[in-house]
Design a protein around this ligand. Structure first.
Ligand SMILES: Nc1nc2c(ncn2[C@@H]2O[C@H](COP(=O)(O)OP(=O)(O)O)[C@@H](O)[C@H]2O)c(=O)[nH]1
Ligand SMILES: [Mg+2]
Length: 401
């Protein structure tokens, strides 16, 4: 027994040294690697002035247009120096300033004054002004009233957490995936009223998927004005996506069909079809759209996504527009644009509730990076984010004050 003791002591010492070394190494690594994430400004600053026609592609990863000189198959691809992209949470938070001002900020202060009728009434007003819709507002506020009572909640922070949870539940059930087919080009038809942001959203989508290494084809089936075709072409150029177009006034259904043929011939991954949003009257527009879809499907088979682009700043108006589109082309998802410029972020709730169509993507600005998958958690957190953190992120809405 006594002979073992020094051996055991030695082993113990070695183990202690190893463990201590590991901890020191780990701490050192942890300190060293910390990327100055929050210190660096967002790549596409929210304060950038809106310039539709002169959007810079801001140093896109050149994964798009084929053969770069240095694109020799590297044995082990080193992590490419990705331009730093915001996480959904950061992006939402940085861009939802206006909605937050109306809805989220100050709520904690309100609850601190007491969870009484006056507080619930003010919450109701805020939700309605944010375009959540009357019915949903009543339910949300009633839900909060009941749960705070039932659970004996008096703490304002807890009440806010409950409100967030109720909102998340309200938004939480939808399938927001963008449908892709296993083989051949997935086809997404983009519809919506003029000026809502169809072409811009297509440009952003094209860039995003091209960046991921996909081959993207765009069909300029908004043949209503030559400018619309040019606008799509320049987005296509920037994204490295081929644009199938004809002259102004051409049959949009034929352009869509051509788009499919080109996409199939190129073995492309994704076909995005732009459409017109303005015709002499609504009926003509809806007839044209359903024809575009029908003809496209003769070649392409069932359309994978029919995305309706709605402008968040038009509030409830957008919802009545949506009904007509839904009848004409059976919408599968909404792209909600201009959420950055509105205090009516609550429209997300109203759209889903009143239309039963999930918001799948949101536009958070005019530049190529300003399209985000709709993320319920990020959205709800951003709506109610602590105002102190906005300044840190350079949020325009609050930093200006
Ligand atoms: N602030 C902001 N502007 C947007 C957004 N999406 C589109 N726009 C702007 O809305 C205007 C109309 O967009 P456009 O794509 O031409 O609409 P379309 O007529 O539906 O094709 C343009 O000035 C766009 O830059 C967005 O998410 N945020
Ligand atoms: Mg357009």
């Amino acid at each position: 027994m006594e002979a073992i003791d020094p051996l055991v002591a030695g082993l113990v010492a070695v183990v202690i040294l190893l463990v201590a070394g590991g901890i020191v190494g780990f701490v050192a690594r942890g300190r060293g690697e910390g990327p100055p994430r929050s210190a660096s400004p967002p790549p596409s600053d929210a304060a950038a002035p809106p310039e539709t026609e002169t959007i810079e592609p801001e140093a896109e990863a050149p994964a798009t247009a084929g053969s770069e000189p240095e694109a020799e198959a590297p044995a082990e691809p080193p992590a490419p120096p990705e331009p730093e992209r915001l996480t959904p949470m950061e992006r939402f938070r940085a861009r939802l300033g206006r909605s937050r001002e109306g809805l989220g900020s100050g709520l904690l202060g309100l609850f601190r004054r007491g969870l009484d009728e006056a507080a619930f009434e003010e919450l109701e007003e805020r939700l309605i002004s944010a375009d959540v819709g009357v019915e949903a507002t009543m339910e949300i506020v009633e839900g909060l009233r009941e749960r705070t009572r039932a659970e004996g909640v008096t703490d304002p922070e807890q009440a806010l957490a409950l409100l967030k949870e109720i909102l998340r539940l309200e938004l939480g059930v939808a399938d927001r995936t963008l449908a892709r087919r296993a083989e051949g080009p997935s086809t997404w038809l983009i519809t919506g009223v003029n000026g809502t942001g169809k072409t811009t959203s297509i440009g952003k989508l094209a860039a995003r998927h091209a960046r991921e290494g996909e081959t993207v084809v765009l069909a300029a089936a908004d043949t209503f004005r030559a400018a619309a075709i040019e606008q799509l072409s320049s987005w296509g150029e920037r994204a490295g996506a081929r644009v199938i177009k004809q002259s102004e006034g051409a049959d949009p259904a034929a352009v869509a069909y051509d788009g499919w043929q080109a996409a199939a011939a190129a073995d492309a991954d994704l076909l995005l079809v732009d459409t017109a949003g303005r015709l002499q009257n609504k009926r003509a527009l809806m007839e044209e759209l359903s024809k575009v879809k029908r003809v496209l499907e003769r070649g392409a088979g069932p359309t994978d996504e029919v995305l309706l682009v709605l402008d968040a700043t038009t509030g409830q108006n957008g919802i009545s527009q949506a009904q007509a589109f839904q009848e004409a082309v059976d919408v599968s998802g909404v792209i909600l644009t201009k959420l950055d410029g509105t205090a009516r972020g609550g429209i997300v709730v109203a759209i889903q509730r009143q239309l039963g169509i999930p918001v799948k993507l949101v536009g958070l600005g005019e530049t190529v990076d300003d399209l985000a998958d709709f993320d319920v958690d990020a959205f709800v957190e951003a709506l109610f984010a602590d105002v102190a953190q906005d300044v840190e992120l350079g949020d325009e809405g609050h930093a200006e004050r």
